[in-house]
Design a protein around this ligand. Structure first.
Ligand code: APR
Length: 320
């Protein structure tokens, strides 16, 4: 069987880490694309030289030409600019929307059969625009946010309780922003819902609320520490988990920014929901029942994404 091909559009902090992880996991051959001359080629060469040490055979190529992504099975998009301290993800909208137009055209021309994972922020609006600009079917264009947000939630819970991260599951719905909705009653420690963990007295309600807020602010906390960019290890690991589920048809149920077609009362907008990810891309959107407080928080989050989409339509009228 021919090796799979993974194209990474954007060879910055996340792009380089994606390439490293994809190579270490032997997911396929890797093409790194960037508009900045030499960055992609330099990282590809550096990573290729780690192959003999690590024992991977993945071929790595750096390029500034879209034709090199031809026939890619998976395309992961991080092209654009990241946040600086004091900036919200939404501040990136105008610049990154233009980038999505170029990337969408490149994918449409050379990789129209790929599964596309967008990471560029503001995520829910950018993945919506990328699907439109590329013209690929919505089940093959998804956004990475929920795996990262739930990873942050899981880390904080496991750390607080002193238990293995493996035994903590977390459920985060909604847009990748300050309005994201971490759901305590669907998040568990070894199957015990966090609401019961509080009832048992294992964690206080105040601590859980603090953790939920810290999860919402998880990206900003890292931007504040790094000062010159945003998080990259956990975002890259999260997108690789999605790519792996697609390439190996694992059918994992992951929180993914997917285009809703009426689920949760939403049509056309991309927002974070549980999705079965397999060889068919976003194969199934899982619709859970929400109580009234959760539905209200979800609706608020969807409203925030919709206002960003409206802003995109004003900047690029052809998206309307
Ligand atoms: N086409 C291709 N690459 C581009 C383009 C473009 N039009 N514009 C910018 N780039 C490249 C830059 O040259 C840079 O190498 O995208 C790369 C982005 O890398 P970083 O600046 O290191 O940003 P990173 O931390 O990887 O984050 C990328 O993901 O999480 C989001 O908010 C984050 O939107 C940001 C994106």
């Amino acid at each position: 069987m021919a090796r799979k091909k993974i194209a990474l559009i954007g060879a910055g902090q996340i792009g380089g880490t994606l390439a490293h992880l994809a190579a270490l996991k032997d997911l396929g051959d890797i093409v790194l694309f960037d508009i900045q001359d030499g960055v992609a080629a330099g990282k590809a060469l550096d990573l290729a030289q780690s192959g003999p040490v690590e024992g991977f055979d993945a071929k790595l190529k750096g390029t500034t030409e879209y034709k090199d992504i031809e026939g890619a099975d998976v395309v992961i998009v991080t092209a654009g600019v990241p946040r600086k301290p004091g900036m919200s993800r939404d501040d990136l909208l105008e610049i990154n929307l233009k980038v999505m137009e170029q990337v969408g055209a490149g994918i449409a021309k050379y990789a129209k059969d790929a599964f596309v994972i967008c990471i560029t922020n503001p995520l829910d609006a950018m993945v919506w625009a990328l699907q439109k600009f590329s013209g690929l079917p919505a089940n093959r264009v998804v956004g990475m946010a929920g795996v990262l947000d739930s990873g942050r939630f899981r880390h904080f819970i496991a750390d607080e309780l002193g238990v293995s991260v493996e035994d903590v599951t977390a459920f985060v719905l909604g847009g990748h922003g300050d309005t994201m909705v971490p759901l305590a009653r669907y998040s568990t420690v070894a199957g015990i819902p966090l609401t019961d963990v509080v009832k048992m007295g294992w964690m206080s309600k105040e601590k859980l609320d603090q953790i939920i807020q810290r999860t919402r602010d998880g990206g900003a906390e890292i931007v504040g520490l790094l000062k010159t960019g945003s998080a990259f290890y956990a975002p890259a690991a999260s997108a690789i988990a999605m790519a792996e589920s697609y390439l190996k048809d694992k059918k994992r149920v992951l929180p993914v920014a997917a285009q809703l077609t009426g689920q949760y009362g939403v049509k056309g907008t991309y927002v974070g929901v549980p999705v079965v990810v397999g060889a068919g891309g976003a194969e199934k959107i899982v619709e859970i029942s929400l109580n009234s407080a959760e539905q209200k928080a979800f609706d608020k989050s969807v409203g925030a994404v919709e206002s960003l989409i409206e802003a995109c339509k004003k900047i690029a009228p052809k998206l309307a």
